[in-house]
Structures are given as C-alpha cells and as structure tokens.
Design a protein around this ligand. Structure first.
Ligand SMILES: NC(=O)c1ccc[n+]([C@@H]2O[C@H](COP(=O)([O-])OP(=O)(O)OC[C@H]3O[C@@H](n4cnc5c(N)ncnc54)[C@H](OP(=O)(O)O)[C@@H]3O)[C@@H](O)[C@H]2O)c1
Length: 244
C-alpha cells in the first residue's frame, strides 16, 4: 500500500497499518527540512523525472512496486499531488482512497468569518488590518510581502526562503497548539486579524477559538476542489475500515 503523506493523519494511518502487519510505503514531498517520519518504509521526493511528468512517474512507481492500493492522505491544500494521484490511479487501475480531515465550515464561529477562495483574495480581504496573524504557510508567504508596513506575526514550520520585512515577527513552530498559548500569543501580538487556510482538524484549531474569545476577525482561505469520483473518508478509523 502506498500512502501519500505529509500529514498527522497519514502518519497515524501508517502506524496502524504497520502494526497490523501490512506492507506500507509512505511518500513525502520533501518540503519540510526535518519531517516527522511515519512507521514503515518511507520514500521522499516528487515522482516526476527528467523523462516523466508527475502522473507518469507515479503511475510507473505504482506498477514497478506492485502497489495494491493508494491512500491520498496529503494536506487539503496539496492539490497537485491529489490530482496526480487520481490520474495515476485511473491510468493503472489502482484503487485510490482519499483521506481528508473535515474542514472548519462546521465550527460554531464559521459564519462570522470571511471566507475567500485564494491567497490573493485573502490579501484583498485583509486590507484594513494593521497587526495580522498570518498562518497560511511558507509557500504562499511572498504574496503577503506588500504588507511590509504592517506589524505581521507570521507562523511557519520551516524558515522562509527570503528575508522578511523588518516589522514582521517570525515564529517557527509545528503544532499542535494549545488554546491558552494561542490566546497569549494573539494578546501579546495585539493581533487584529487572523488569516488561515481551512486546514481543518484539531491540531491547529485552537487559534480559531482564541480569535473568537478575543473578538479578532478571521479570514479563511477555502479548500481547493478535490478530484471527482475519488472515494473519500475523513478519519483514520474510516480509512482503516475501508481498507479492510
Ligand atoms: N499545502 C499545504 O498547505 C501543506 C500543509 C501541510 C503539509 N503539506 C504537505 O506537504 C506536501 C507538499 O505540499 P504541496 O502543497 O507542495 O503539494 P502539491 O502542490 O500538491 O504538490 C506539488 C508537487 O510536490 C510533489 N508532492 C507533493 N506531495 C507529495 C507526496 N506526498 N509524495 C511525493 N511527492 C509529493 C509532487 O511532485 P511530482 O509532480 O514530481 O510527483 C507534486 O506535484 C504534501 O505531501 C502535503 O501533504 C502541505
């Protein structure tokens, strides 16, 4: 079984399957410098090569390694690898299951947040904030650089690849985060806006509750669409039940 990973759910699924005696390979993109490694075999890096694009490379991997099933447990915003997984699975006739944690649309405060469809819309929707708390990840950070004149608090796992504006405060950490710590952080930073992706799950949800408690407005970037016709589950237990 191949697990496309890079999430806590992917690691939990790998641990359960390995404990049950299944042969599992977890695949990581290699974006994070010091990734938390799942149990079982691990491979790191994209599937594209000089000759093959990502779909072709993944399809070749599925055939060469005699993969019986793929679980796409990548992050909800990792849209390229999910699309590639759907195409490669269809091409090779390999069963594919999507494991994607539930989003935050059902959060009690969700109706009060500003939902946008992209990073650029998040930038536009945040025009009036002077002290935003930015938690949208390293990859799209450059799009917020026009905010050099704001007191931005930015939280990422790995350091950005470019210097940040002088007024910005960089916090490097990996969740999970506790509610009390998020309250303290946002109070001390004087945050007047929280900007986040709809990553979902519980690991990073405390910031939403802290924002609610402090009356801090929230801008949420909605998830990209999932590939159609791929069966989907939201929890590791559901995935295990499906995989039999
Ligand atoms: N995007 C986020 O906000 C976010 C947050 C937390 C964790 N992550 C994790 O970080 C990884 C990269 O995210 P991303 O947004 O850069 O993905 P992406 O845009 O969907 O993928 C870009 C390329 O990275 C390679 N790739 C991505 N995930 C891979 C995996 N699990 N195994 C092997 N190759 C992979 C693929 O390269 P080839 O085309 O060469 O195969 C893919 O085409 C994902 O595995 C995701 O679960 C992402």
């Amino acid at each position: 079984m191949l697990i496309l990973g890079g999430t806590a759910e992917a690691r939990a699924l790998a641990a359960e399957l390995v404990a049950a005696g299944r042969v599992v390979v977890s695949s990581l993109a290699g974006r994070v410098r010091d990734p938390a490694l799942p149990d079982g075999e691990v491979r790191i890096g994209g599937f594209s090569t000089a000759e093959l694009n990502g779909v072709e490379g993944l399809a070749a991997y599925l055939s060469d390694r005699h993969i019986g099933a793929v679980v796409d447990a990548t992050h909800p915003f990792a849209a390229h690898i999910s699309a590639n997984a759907a195409a490669a699975a269809a091409r090779t006739g390999t069963p594919l299951l999507r494991l994607q944690r539930a989003g935050w649309r059902d959060h009690p405060d969700a109706d009060r947040w500003t939902w946008v469809a992209s990073v650029d819309e998040a930038v536009s929707a945040s025009a009036r904030s002077r002290r935003p708390f930015l938690t949208t990840g390293r990859q799209s950070l450059d799009r917020f650089l026009p905010w050099a004149d704001r007191d931005v608090t930015v939280r990422v796992v790995d350091p950005p690849e470019f210097p940040l504006p002088e007024r910005w405060r960089l916090i490097r950490s990996r969740g999970p985060y506790a509610y009390a710590d998020e309250l303290t952080l946002m109070r001390e930073a004087g945050s007047d806006l929280l900007v986040t992706k709809d990553s979902g799950g519980t690991h990073t949800a405390a910031k939403l509750d802290a924002a609610g408690e402090l009356g801090v407005p929230v801008v949420v970037i909605g998830r990209p669409a999932s590939p159609p016709d791929v069966p989907q589950v939201a929890t590791v237990d559901e995935a295990l039940a499906r995989l039999g």
